[in-house]
Design a protein around this ligand. Structure first.
Ligand code: AMP
Length: 119
């Protein structure tokens, strides 16, 4: 599969500092920030700094260092956000997954019981 990345997407603009964000955590390979339209008491988006459009793109083509940096950021978000009781991680992907922003992002949702995975 080939992956076409649009550098004008809103998360690319956040990474370039063109749009503000409420940062939760940042390292060399990832940025985590509060979702602008939270669906739970904790709703943080973790994004890689590299130009990857989706989870499968990131998993297929990101370096081991980028992937490790991303997962380290996920761990920090969970620790900082007090998610020991549990959480849900969602990566909406392309059309069937109703992905709105074409830069890979992992939603980290928690702070309450989240109910069943799908309605
Ligand atoms: P999706 O692509 O469907 O997985 O969801 C994109 C998510 O990005 C939605 O939950 C939006 O609320 C969120 N979002 C869109 N623009 C911003 C922004 N400028 N800052 C933070 N979150 C945003």
């Amino acid at each position: 599969m080939t992956y076409a990345y649009d550098p004008q997407n809103i998360f690319a603009r956040i990474l370039r500092g063109e749009i503000p964000n409420r940062t939760v955590f940042e390292n060399a390979h990832a940025l985590a920030f509060h979702d602008i339209n939270p669906q739970a008491p904790v709703h943080v988006l973790v994004i890689p700094k590299g130009a990857y459009m989706s989870l499968d793109h990131f998993a297929a083509e990101a370096s081991a260092e980028e992937q490790a940096g991303f997962m380290a950021a996920v761990a920090e978000v969970c620790r900082i956000s007090g998610l020991a009781p549990g959480f849900r991680a969602i990566a909406n992907t392309r059309e069937d997954g109703l992905q709105e922003v074409p830069h890979f992002h992992l939603h980290i949702l928690g702070g309450r019981s989240l109910g069943r995975m799908l309605p």
